[in-house]
Design a protein around this ligand. Structure first.
Ligand SMILES: [Zn+2]
Length: 83
């Protein structure tokens, strides 16, 4: 009954090893993009993407043109709300 689905080590779900959310990018994230899709999220809900320096603008524009982008915060200054 040993499941192969185990988490690596016991790494907490933190931003300690945050990686850029851009497709194929493995660079360390330095920005947090907070966004909300009003069609599927309640107004106070925040989804977050992580971005490296290179992809911050690209990801911001992707969300921005859709009207989803709410905030861009330096990862060092980001304190994730629960949930
Ligand atoms: Zn990136």
């Amino acid at each position: 009954m040993n499941s192969a689905a185990s988490s690596p080590d016991s790494t907490p779900d933190s931003t300690a090893d945050a990686i850029c959310s851009a497709k194929g990018c493995r660079a360390p994230a330095v920005w947090v993009l907070a966004w909300n899709n009003p069609k599927i999220h309640t107004p106070e809900r925040r989804k977050t993407w992580l971005a490296c320096e290179e992809h911050r603008e690209h990801l911001s524009q992707f969300l921005g043109v859709r009207g989803f982008l709410k905030d861009v915060v330096a990862l060092a200054d980001w304190s994730a709300p629960d949930g």
